[in-house]
Design a protein around this ligand. Structure first.
Ligand code: KG4
Ligand code: ZN
Length: 342
């Protein structure tokens, strides 16, 4: 480390449809957090088109990195390490970030640190909550993942529960498409639900047999489709807002219920949420109330740090760096990387 006490990390994230770069100092001091979203393009197709995502990452990544360094008032020569998401995610999208990070690290002879995307989402909680330290529980709810995780220490995770089928965000996206609200589903459903009755339609709350903390959302998705088809066949008008609000409540009931059962059984003192769905105001409110009732301290990142970003990757990388973990030039994209598989 050439710069005294400070560890400056340039972090790159390209696992899905955001091209992102950030400069993070000592893990929790975010000096820049640039995000170039591809949502406009993918909206035309009703969801993320992997081939288009990879191409857009290639077009944008250099500029996003330059902006991150410029905003931080630094250059590559100031960096102590280069971090990059290497999985899970879309393989072509991940490869763009991994290749870029390897090229920079090689050219500047800097340490390279591959970061697990879900670890990044969890670490987003450290950025604004300077007092948060492990151990704590975290509910990770994103477009690709629904994990109930025990954070035992920095970089040490135990997955208590996971989805058996669709992820929570995926369920939001699929339900929104079925209701006719478009992409991305989460924000569209949240907005529509403000004007809806969350108790209008009794959608199912799935219990998964064999594991106390696993989730399942595919039955709920089918229930939404069946409800909509039933209305169309019987010529009953569909109130989009009611369907959205009732669906959202069904997802959130299951998430909060599982989270609080784990919290109670393991006597959690701290509980955090992370991932794109964690930016949902109703989920945040429900989790906050449930934690308060049980005397548990509740943590959550700002919405911009819930959805994909590179600052969270820089934070996760700092703790990997401090633990002495480094990658070599064989680092590759791993689309189905498991949490804690280092
Ligand atoms: O973490 P993220 O940006 O990307 C992944 O790692 O998957 O999460 C994106 C997901 C999408 O499925 C999106 O619909 C969902 O997060 N999402 C939301 C909200 N904002 C984004 N879901 C519910 N309510 C929201 N406000
Ligand atoms: Zn994500």
């Amino acid at each position: 480390m050439e710069s005294g006490q400070e560890v400056k990390i340039l972090a790159i994230e390209s696992s899905c449809d955001e091209t992102a770069a950030a400069v993070v100092v000592n893990g929790r001091d975010v000096r820049s957090n640039m995000i170039s979203s591809q949502i406009d393009i993918h909206t035309l197709y009703g969801g993320v088109v992997p081939e288009i995502a990879s191409r857009k990452h290639i077009e944008r990544i250099n500029q996003v990195i330059e902006q991150a360094l410029y905003t931080a008032g630094m250059s590559l020569d100031d960096m102590d390490a280069i971090a990059v998401t290497y999985g899970p995610g879309l393989v072509g999208a991940l490869l763009v970030g991994v290749a870029q990070a390897k090229a920079i690290a090689y050219a500047k002879q800097l340490p390279l640190i591959g970061v697990h995307h879900i670890e990044g989402h969890i670490c987003a909680n450290y950025i604004e909550n300077k007092d948060l330290e492990p151990p704590f529980f975290c509910l990770v709810v994103s477009g690709g993942h629904t994990h109930l995780v025990k954070v035992l220490d920095y970089g040490v995770y135990e997955v208590m529960g996971r989805t058996r089928d669709d992820a929570a965000g995926e369920a939001f996206d699929k339900a929104a498409r079925a209701i006719g609200l478009g992409y991305p589903g989460g924000p569209k459903i949240e907005k529509a639900s403000h004007a809806g009755n969350a108790d209008a339609i009794p959608f199912p709350r799935a219990k998964v047999s064999g594991s106390a903390y696993d989730f399942s959302f595919s039955g709920l998705k089918s229930a939404v489709l069946n409800y909509l088809n039933g209305c169309r066949m019987k010529n009953i008008p569909i109130v989009q807002e009611d369907v959205a609000a009732s669906f959202q409540k069904a997802v959130i009931d299951v998430l909060v219920d599982n989270a609080m059962r784990a919290a109670q059984e393991y006597q959690a003192e701290k509980f955090a949420i992370a991932g794109g769905v964690a930016s949902n105001a109703v989920l945040r409110q429900r989790m906050e109330t449930a934690c308060k009732e049980r005397g548990i301290r509740f943590y959550y990142p700002s919405p911009v740090l819930c959805t994909d970003n590179a600052a969270m990757i820089g934070t996760a990388a700092y703790y990997e760096y401090q633990a002495g973990r480094r990658d070599d030039w064989s680092l590759n994209a791993v689309p189905n990387l498991k949490l804690g598989s280092r």
